[in-house]
Write a protein that binds this ligand. Structure first.
Ligand code: SAH
Length: 375
């Protein structure tokens, strides 16, 4: 069967599954069984759905439906426990997905919880964060990001985003909601340039896989209209905004998206964003040595962020081939952080995860591409 031409049931909502089973002359409760199997049990083939009659498997297959999660083509394990997966999609394209065990160095935006593994009686509950991709490649072209070098290949479907999570959970033997899993939409791609699929994935990952949206964070390079749209979603993750520069001139140089939506527009959207009780916005700021990491830059960030219920995550540049910036020394990072903290802005330095395997922020790039020059 040609899977590319058929329809993957993974990524469909309950009402869509209901329409499909009814068209097969089956009762509606079969859709609920499919839904449970796809998202809760995370089955990866019709054969695993033991509650469904064989005739239904056959009929669905004949009608062009299949169940398919991305396949791990390569797996890299970092000395710090981070695991980077290269996952193959039905059309042969690949994306990268990262598993960060036990805490996440701040990506989830939850700094109030202990980061140690929870032990309750005999059950050892796992904790970790999955960083997933929303597109194959990226169109945004930030100067310091390796993924940008790929360009945009295509959007991912909701099923392909959910499938990354299912594949990693299965490989790690981790099962929410018992095991506590955070999700960050901070892998390859700009989630807000694939908005509808991203929102659908959030709904299904919540209702089906069992990861509460409050444990999810989406990061945007600053697609301003979608920031307002997200504020109106009934079910939505936390929001992080990649600021990365303290004035328009600098931001336009580092992130060409600033030509389309400048800092005035971006910060206005951030100010108007309807935060829930106890929720804070996150601003991410990649520190590039002698480029955007001066005391003056820090003071400008204070002015930008003032009055917003927000925290700032500082990320010292993760280097990579083809990236023309340097990582600042720790003293510069600390000095920058101190200026923000002194201005009462909660500011954290994000611990780099999996740098040795190119799994850290801004390092995700299809491994095949990365290896090409040396092949
Ligand atoms: N496109 C979205 C989602 C990607 S999140 C966004 O831009 O927000 C990836 C985060 O890593 C962003 O905050 C980005 O600014 C940061 N980043 C990109 N390249 C980096 C690098 N080389 N070192 C450290 N952080 C980087």
């Amino acid at each position: 069967m040609n899977r590319e031409k058929g329809t993957n049931l993974l990524g469909l909502e309950l009402d869509e599954l209901t329409t499909i089973v009814e068209a097969q002359g089956e009762p509606r409760y079969r859709a609920r069984q499919l839904f449970e199997g796809l998202y809760n049990q995370r089955y990866n083939s019709f054969g695993e759905f033991s509650t469904l009659p064989h005739s239904l498997h056959d009929n669905l297959t004949k009608a062009g439906f299949h169940v398919h999660q991305p396949v791990a083509e390569k797996k890299f394990v970092s000395v710090d426990g981070t695991v980077r997966y290269l996952l193959a999609l039905v059309d042969g394209q690949t994306v990268e997905t990262v598993w960060m065990p036990e805490g996440d160095g701040g990506e989830s935006g939850e700094d109030t919880e202990p980061s140690s593994q929870v032990t309750s009686g005999k059950i050892r509950l796992a904790r970790g964060t999955i960083c997933l991709s929303s597109q194959v490649g990226c169109a945004v072209d930030c100067e310091f990001c390796l993924t940008a070098l790929l360009g945009l290949k295509r959007n991912l479907s909701a099923g392909e985003m959910i499938g990354q999570v299912c594949a990693v959970l299965k490989d790690q033997g981790v099962s929410p909601p018992l095991d506590r899993v955070n999700l960050v939409f901070m892998g390859m791609g700009e989630p807000f340039l694939n908005y509808d699929n991203f929102v659908k994935a959030v709904r299904l990952l919540g209702a089906g896989v069992g990861i509460p949206p409050t444990r999810m964070t989406v990061s945007t390079a600053g697609v301003v209209p979608r920031i307002s749209d997200l504020g109106r979603e009934p079910i939505r993750p936390r929001l992080a905004i990649s600021l990365n520069a303290s004035n328009d001139q600098l931001r336009t140089r580092l992130m060409p998206i600033n030509k389309k939506w400048n800092l005035d527009q971006l910060m206005a959207a951030a100010r108007e964003y309807p935060l829930r009780p106890k929720e804070r916005l996150t601003f991410e700021y990649v520190l590039l040595d002698e480029v955007n990491d001066s005391a003056e830059n820090a003071r400008q960030v204070v002015e930008l962020v003032r009055g917003i219920r927000a925290k700032v995550n500082l990320i010292a540049l993760n280097p990579g081939p083809g990236i023309d910036f340097k990582t600042p020394r720790p003293e510069r990072v600390t000095a920058f952080q101190k200026i923000l903290i002194d201005a009462q802005i909660p500011t954290f330095v994000r611990r780099p995860r999996g740098r040795d395997i190119y799994a850290a922020c801004g390092q995700l790039k299809r491994t095949v591409e990365l290896l090409r020059p040396s092949l």
